[in-house]
Design a binder for this molecule. Structure first.
Ligand SMILES: CC(=O)SCCNC(=O)CCNC(=O)[C@H](O)C(C)(C)COP(=O)(O)OP(=O)(O)OC[C@H]1O[C@@H](n2cnc3c(N)ncnc32)[C@H](O)[C@@H]1OP(=O)(O)O
Ligand SMILES: CC(C)C(=O)C(=O)O
Length: 765
């Protein structure tokens, strides 16, 4: 055998090529390739492949084999689990199957996903509707609620890591009753004494309301049927859930039954259920319903499912519109798209005998993540009842979630007949009982589903809330129309199911001005002017970017108060302590300089007035006096002459505090002469003033704005400063000035820096 000039290792692993290595190795000097040499190239292979160490033995073998390939290229591609190896030479004792074998092992380890899964997985067969058949379900709408069957205490319970104790089951049972379930599957009595006893306790302790039927499940085994039905002695209305799997795989693998044998097994079980329930009815007057479950229905030949159903109906022999036989058409494992399940149900619905004496129960699981969709379509296709669990507990990915289904109906204006008014509490109980948690994004129940972080979402929600409030107010006022819900991004009113609006908008670096403005409106009742929203948002945005975190409502509110000096205590360098406005010319009819409790500001530019006030500047109180046409110009006049401050006022907005018409709010934009104008509001400087007196609110707004403008600018020495005679730690108020005498050169106490944030947080605005 001639030796190869080089060795090529080419491992193209998977269609997605998870690992790829191409290595050339020179002919060994001693002329032989051997296991050692093979091992020496192993590190290079490992280098190129992201493999677990347990792959090592396979690699050794592969490399060993490849060394026997003369100048060859081993190209691998994987087709449906069969590795194709091409271009072999010198494969005297290296058989192709030898390589294939090793590489397929490697590939199944390295590349679990197949590039051609059709060789492993078979697509779902279509439903044998006759040619030209037009499906009914796509054109239908759900206008009524289905019958709900909670199987939390059975299918849910059997899937738990730690099945519930009977005490926990009882707690959950009571919750289910409170929510409004009229049919509850309570146990698998043949599973053991606890399960059996749970049913006995419910009956003997009168836990079951008269309008609630309990369901128990039993496999089609005579001993277990007998035990299960015995658990129901004395029940008012019991539903016997008899099940056996009927799909080809289960017939062949689990039961090793033919179709005929499957029918026999079923019919014998139905016969026994009939006999035992009739005996119990004779004894106690109990009412029984048969719920026959074609387990794995959705993977069963539709014609066979119908044949079996018709045989069950015949055997039961007493189905009537008043006393229907239930057929549980289980999607035991969700293996096909939702439309296929709907087709299956529609086929059964169309072909089962005595349809008016039959109730179709839907029992979907969620293996494909579409359990809710499958249920909704199956209901359109003829389903009358849904079996599921709260929050989608249940085997594997769970049963269908009844909360989502019910609230989906509710969001379409259809009453589900189940009460989830206090969903947070229900979620808490269910999670405790199941020892489970709800993902934050879970429909309706997740903690983040009624929260928007993104700026444009928040903007839309804020606008939506405002316009909806106006629309609803109009309905209240006129008595016309309905208060319908039409809210961007929020499909149902969180308040209907026990959530408030507190978390509707949460601010992060992904948020915009609207979200921040919403928070300020909620907490401080201030409806910020648009340009001011832009300006304040800059503060929040940089804080969020710096921290990389969400900014809580409390932090935003605090930042707002700090920024605009909203406190009765001095926060900024300037603080208005008192003011007195005196008309210097007769007032016009329409203006009042006194506190009038309205948002009408004293008219600017009409009346000549005098501002006299006391402003603490860097902790020293200065008397400021100025004249002007209106409060603002009089104050600005005083500031100009005392502090040599030239301030321009841009936009001014007057409001009441939201929900409190006794408080006037002034927002104003300030700038120094020559400072660049901001078109959008970015970088603009604003002040806010709030007071029951509109003149005071304006003056406070000016001072608030100036605090945002002055930075560390030096002010001229005061012409006059003064200090209190009395205890300086006493609470300051606008009227405290009456208790002071003027003295030059003394300062008032400033609030120490470290106390300020507490004061801000605590202070009423
Ligand atoms: C899809 C569902 O969720 S169905 C509900 C499933 N829930 C449960 O299984 C929880 C409770 N189960 C149990 O406690 C036990 O399985 C019991 C008591 C029912 C039975 O226990 P065991 O007698 O030990 O049997 P095991 O659990 O191994 O069940 C398998 C046997 O039941 C048979 N079987 C399975 N399902 C059914 C059925 N629906 N009807 C009749 N026989 C069935 C199997 O073919 C197998 O029989 P084999 O032993 O002759 O091969
Ligand atoms: C036995 C039936 C109802 C079942 O739980 C299922 O098919 O998932």
């Amino acid at each position: 055998m001639s030796l190869p000039d080089s060795v090529v290792l080419l491992l193209n692993v998977s269609g997605a090529f998870r690992a790829f290595g191409l290595y050339f190795y020179p002919r060994p000097r001693n002329g032989t390739y051997n296991q050692l040499k093979a091992l020496s190239i192993l590190p290079a292979v490992l280098h190129s492949m992201i493999l677990d160490l347990h792959m090592l033995p396979f690699l050794v073998m592969i490399v060993d084999a490849l060394l026997l390939v003369d100048n060859g290229t081993l190209a691998s591609s994987f087709h449906g689990g069969i590795l194709k190896v091409r271009d072999f030479q010198h494969s005297d004792y290296l058989t192709r199957s030898y390589i294939d074998g090793f590489l397929s092992i490697i590939l199944s380890e390295v590349m679990p996903m197949l590039s051609d899964p059709s060789l492993k997985y078979l697509p779902y067969p279509s439903v044998p509707f006759s040619d030209g058949y037009i499906r009914q379900w796509p054109n239908k709408r759900t206008t009524t609620s289905p019958i709900w069957l909670s199987t939390d205490l059975r299918d849910g319970n059997q899937a738990l890591v730690n099945p519930m104790s009977n005490a926990t089951k009882l707690e959950l049972f009571r919750l289910l009753v409170r929510i409004g379930f009229k049919q509850i599957e309570v146990a698998y009595p043949a599973a053991g004494d606890n399960e059996f006893q749970f049913v006995r306790d419910l009956i003997e302790n009168n836990e079951i309301p008269d309008d609630v039927a309990i369901q128990i499940i039993t496999p089609a085994r005579p001993d277990l049927i007998t035990k299960s039905i015995a658990s129901l002695a004395g029940v008012k209305h019991g539903i016997i859930h008899l099940y056996n799997a009927v799909s080809p795989v289960f017939r062949e693998v689990v039961f090793r039954n033919t179709k005929e044998q499957t029918i026999d097994l079923t019919i014998n079980a139905v016969k026994l259920v009939k006999k035992l329930t009739e005996e119990e009815t004779a004894r106690s007057g109990a009412r029984f319903t048969l719920n026959y479950c074609l387990e794995t229905f959705s993977q069963t030949e539709p014609e066979f499912a119908v044949e079996l159903g018709n045989r069950v109906l015949m055997e039961w022999g007493k189905a009537s519109p008043e006393d229907k036989v239930y057929f549980n058409l289980a999607a035991t494992v969700e293996c096909a798209p939702s439309n296929h399940y709907a087709d299956m149900v529609e086929y059964f619905n169309n072909n089962i005998n005595q349809r008016s004496s039959v109730l179709l129960s839907i029992h979907p699981h969620n293996d494909r993540g579409t359990g809710v969709a499958a249920t909704e379509l199956a209901l359109l296709a003829g389903g009358d009842r849904v079996e599921g669990c709260l929050l989608g507990n249940g085997e594997r990915t769970g049963n269908v979630d009844l909360i989502t289904l019910a609230l989906n109906l509710y969001s379409q204006g259809v009453s589900p007949g189940l009460d989830f008014s206090n969903l947070p509490e229900i979620v808490q109980v269910v999670c405790r009982c199941n020892e489970s948690a709800v993902p934050v994004r879970y429909p309706y129940a997740g903690t983040l589903v009624f929260s928007a972080f993104a700026g444009t979402h928040q903007d839309a929600i804020k606008k939506g809330l405002d316009s909806q409030a106006a629309r609803w107010e109009k309905v209240d006022r006129t008595g016309e129309g309905i208060k319908y819900w039409a809210m961007p991004y929020i499909p149902i009113d969180p308040k209907d199911i026990g959530y408030g609006y507190e978390n509707l908008i949460r601010v992060s670096s992904q948020s915009g001005k609207a979200g921040t403005a919403y928070v300020i409106k909620q907490t401080l009742q201030l409806d910020l002017p648009r340009r001011m929203q832009v300006s304040f948002y800059g503060v929040v945005q940089s804080e969020c970017e710096n921290s990389g975190k969400e900014m809580s409502t409390a932090l935003i509110t605090n930042a707002f108060k700090q920024k605009y000096c909203l406190s009765s205590k001095p926060i900024g360098r300037l603080h208005l302590q008192s003011l007195n406005i005196t008309p210097l010319s007769p007032l016009s009819e329409s203006s009042s300089l006194e506190s009038d409790g309205t948002s009408t500001p004293p008219e600017q530019g009409t009346n000549l007035i005098r501002f006299e006030g006391h402003i603490s500047v860097d902790g020293r109180i200065r008397k400021i006096m100025g004249d002007g046409k209106g409060v603002l110009s009089a104050l600005l006049d005083g500031l100009r002459s005392d502090l040599e401050l030239e301030i321009n006022i841009g936009e001014i907005v007057y409001q009441h505090l939201e929900g409190d018409s006794t408080k006037a709010v002034t927002y104003l934009e300030v700038s120094t002469p020559g400072s660049p104008a901001s078109k959008s509001g970015v970088g603009s400087v604003w002040g806010v003033g709030i007071s029951s007196d509109s003149a005071t609110s304006q003056c406070r707004a000016i001072i608030s704005g100036i605090n945002g403008l002055v930075g560390d600018r030096r002010f001229p020495r005061p012409k006059m400063v003064f200090t209190p005679r009395r205890d300086q730690s006493a609470q300051r108020s606008e009227s405290w000035l009456r208790d002071f005498t003027f003295r030059a050169g003394h300062s008032v106490l400033q609030t120490p820096e470290h106390e300020r944030s507490e004061l801000i947080a605590a202070s009423p605005i």
